[in-house]
Design a protein around this ligand. Sequence first.
Ligand code: NAD
Length: 360
Amino acid sequence: MSKQILVLPGDGIGPEIMAEAVKVLRLANDKYGLGFELSFDELGGAAYDKYGVPLADETLARARAADAILLGAVGGPKWDAIDPALRPERGLLKIRSQLGLFANLRPAILYPQLADASSLKPEVVAGLDILIVRELTGGIYFGQPRESKVLESGERMAYDTLPYSESEIRRIARVGFDMARVRGKKLCSVDKANVLASSQLWRAVVEEVAKDYPDVELSHMYVDNAAMQLVRAPKQFDVMVTDNMFGDILSDEASMLTGSIGMLPSASLDANNKGMYEPCHGSAPDIAGQGIANPLATILSVSMMLRYSLNQGAAADAIEQAVSKVLDQGLRTGDIHSVGTTKVGTAAMGDAVASALRSL
Ligand code: NAD
């Protein structure tokens, strides 16, 4: 049976960038005879508008049945005032947790052609190639109890809970070590073990897992220091492994080292490497509908999907080469544009990647 890919364009710039990613995916499908079947559904605000919930049961069932899922982005001001339980982001959290997508891989690679687009000096970021492995289905974003209430005094208060079990830490630590093993053999585990009980367990379990990986050099770093080191000397890192919230923040920080969040793909994998692939950025409501969003993060997410979930490394390499070729040609969307390069819109960038892929 042919492999099934479920495409969820989402909200804001989601449908615009997804149109370009699907263009490239369809071309790769034909060119390399991959035989994948694509189907489409909604997630987030678009799902709320269509089904009344941010993730419909039938969509979840289709996601379970698919071999891989490609997502644009969700959220936007249109849904800011609705019941918090029905907000677009809830659909995203639910699909991640329901599918057991506990390992979020976020590469931060600086394309040499974009060294000028980084806000850091070229010598600090040139050659940067970091992989952040973020735990995605546990920690403070899911922990119970969580509550917002009004105290008897009339003062409002709210709290969240940051729980981690040993098995949750162990499985994400293994992903971190496995990734480090096939890269630069260096793993930095990021926590806040000087303050948080959950981080103290995190550090202890990571140390235990390290015994199975004597070939990988393990270090630990407090998250505040890691945030600083990422802008001071980011090339010291190879693979970083961390919890859900710290990973959320550090991976956005790392993304800016590379010039634009519009360049960065991500993968969220389950224990069998089935995955959901999406750009690291959000739905960018400020530029939605203008045809100027950078589709490369989503196109590179297609490449990660082919590599990690669909075993099509050659097609994945070809898409990455096509992106690099287009950057060589000097084509840039507004977020990565600089003097001497040619500014193009979303569709023109997608067309250029497709054309480069066709000619490989
Ligand atoms: P954002 O990532 O959407 O945008 C941050 C900035 O980056 C904006 O100025 C935006 O224009 C720019 N940007 C993002 N992607 C771009 C692209 N491809 N090309 C060019 N510029 C790009 O983050 P935000 O503004 O904090 O959030 C907007 C909405 O997205 C919110 O509703 C938020 O909840 C949601 N969000 C969704 C996801 C997701 O779906 N995984 C992730 C983060 C935020």
